[in-house]
Design a protein around this ligand. Structure first.
Ligand code: SF4
Length: 490
């Protein structure tokens, strides 16, 4: 039996651009680890390389985000026309199983550990069911990934990833985990064994990245007690690692120092905004803005690169705040923003339900628009065009070369810890990438106004497929289902 596992991708510009980067979806390696030994398994990541569309597999698993849905529908339809059996899984499929059932032979709406083996067993017997929703078996059921299938030639900077936990104890109103996933973690000996005996390391750059990996958890600090024990167990491994976690964890100086001792050199945290009204609107009270400066200094002085994400278009945002944001950031001195987006009301979130109840979702919004770079709603204090202007200006300012030079000048010599300077050097291109969404000058960044990718539009017209509209009736009744996330927030 030949199985393909495909993480699909469409670029924020809506042009056919690849974006190889340090952190990638590991869902293909995860699903591969659940396939039987006798299956011949291949994995693909469209963010790194094009798919070989002329190949044949018996069974094809698709993993995708909301904004990749139209593209994934096209691929599935093309493959089914050629006699292949296709399966949809992930957060979107779990939330819209009835819609996905129109385009895929089977839909997984639960966690993969229980459902993938059951689906494959049924497929081999010729008894495939349209839906698989077996309950979760807990975090201890997470199996080691098939790291040996990762192809480091497509993406020279990619690092292997591992999950120690799933879910998050917080309830940010825009987060896809809120209300769907409780926080749970794996036994530490299993995590350590997977790193020591299974992980395959990036062989590029003369081995410079040869002992580095990333935790893929949405929030590695969901239980500081667990994180402490995990760090203690990581110290003897002498590896270098990065993770995403919440701001509150970084207030604990002894824990930050322990993380550095255990090899942590990079932390991403979703700061989201420096505007207290926006933080309040997001229900992100764990971010205490009065402590931001002290926390950032503490983390950098411990030898950990702290990077954060910011989003614009929240209900607390005003023209004055967004105009002054670069000044606020400059006041912090030590900062490196590696993600800048437009707040997105993903359909399974409290934020979406709030906007729907207030009739503030923009008309004509389709799943392609839910990409974190397209305004899908009417903010309370800004006109849609103002949000876009601020977004474009901030992308250009924060991703500018003078900003990178300032980043290097302020941080490169800050610590003697092993691998710290390399981490800083590799972070430069990540910061420049903030400007990548602007590469298409035609792009409007407002839902309903941007055409989908030309190839997808052509194929959809030819195959008779229509986009999934997400502002109309029917979206509110969709059923939320847990699934390991692709997007780390922290
Ligand atoms: S945005 Fe981050 S902190 Fe908030 S619920 Fe999601 S993962 Fe947790």
């Amino acid at each position: 039996m030949r199985i393909a596992i495909i993480a699909t991708y469409t670029h924020p510009t809506r042009l056919r651009i690849k974006e190889p980067s340090i952190m990638q979806s590991s869902v293909p390696e995860l699903i591969a680890g659940l396939c039987p030994e006798h299956a011949e398994v291949e994995i693909f990541n469209e963010k790194e390389a094009d798919l070989p569309l002329d190949r044949h597999w018996d069974l094809v698993f698709f993993s995708y985000l909301h904004s990749y849905y139209e593209h994934t529908k096209v691929l599935s339809t093309l493959f089914r026309q050629r006699g292949m059996t296709t399966v949809a899984g992930g957060r979107h499929a779990g939330h819209f199983p009835d819609d996905a059932a129109k385009y895929f032979d089977a839909v997984i709406t639960g966690e993969p550990e229980s459902n993938v083996p059951a689906l494959i067993a049924d497929f081999e017997k010729g008894e495939l069911k349209p839906r698989y929703s077996l309950p979760s078996q807990g975090a201890a059921a997470i199996r080691p990934y098939r790291y040996e299938l990762i192809d480091f030639t497509h993406n020279k900077v990619r690092l292997p990833g591992i999950e120690a936990s799933r879910g998050c104890p917080f309830t940010c109103n825009f987060c896809v985990l809120t209300g769907h996933e409780r926080y749970r973690f794996r036994p530490i000996p299993e995590v350590i064994d997977e790193i020591q005996t299974r992980m395959r390391w990036n062989p590029n750059f003369l081995g410079l990245m040869g002992d580095a990996f990333v935790f893929l958890d949405n929030n590695l600090g969901g239980s500081p007690k667990y994180l402490r024990a995990l760090c203690e167990a990581l110290i003897p491994l002498k590896k270098t690692w990065g993770c995403a976690l919440t701001f509150n964890v970084l207030k604990d100086e002894s824990l930050v120092k322990l993380m550095a001792k255990a090899g942590c050199r990079y932390v991403y945290t979703g700061l989201e905004s420096l505007n207290p009204d926006s933080i309040k609107a997001m229900n992100k009270g764990q971010n205490k803005l009065s402590e931001v400066d002290a926390v950032i200094r503490r983390v950098f002085s411990a030898g950990i690169l702290l990077s954060f994400g910011l989003i614009v278009g929240s209900d607390g945002d005003t023209n004055e705040y967004l105009h002054r944001l670069p000044e606020y950031l400059a006041d912090l001195k030590y900062f490196s923003v590696t993600f800048l987006g437009i707040v997105c009301p993903y359909p399974e979130t409290p934020f979406f339900r709030e906007l729907q109840a207030e009739d503030r979702l923009l008309p004509g919004t389709i799943s392609r628009d839910y990409d974190g770079y397209t305004l899908c709603h009417r903010p309370k204090q800004l006109h849609a065009s103002e949000v876009v202007e601020h977004f474009q200006r901030l992308c250009n300012t924060l991703g500018s070369l003078p900003n990178i030079a300032r980043h290097y000048a302020s941080k490169l010599m800050m610590s003697d810890l092993p691998r710290y300077k390399q981490t800083i050097l590799f972070s430069g291109p990540e910061i420049v990438s903030i400007r990548n969404p602007l590469k298409n000058k035609e792009r409007r960044y407002i839902a309903g106004l941007d055409a989908i990718e030309a190839w997808d539009a052509e194929q959809m017209a030819r195959l008779g497929l229509t986009p999934q509209v997400l502002t109309g009736p029917g979206t509110a009744g969709a059923r939320p289902t847990p699934d390991p996330g692709l997007a780390a927030h922290g």
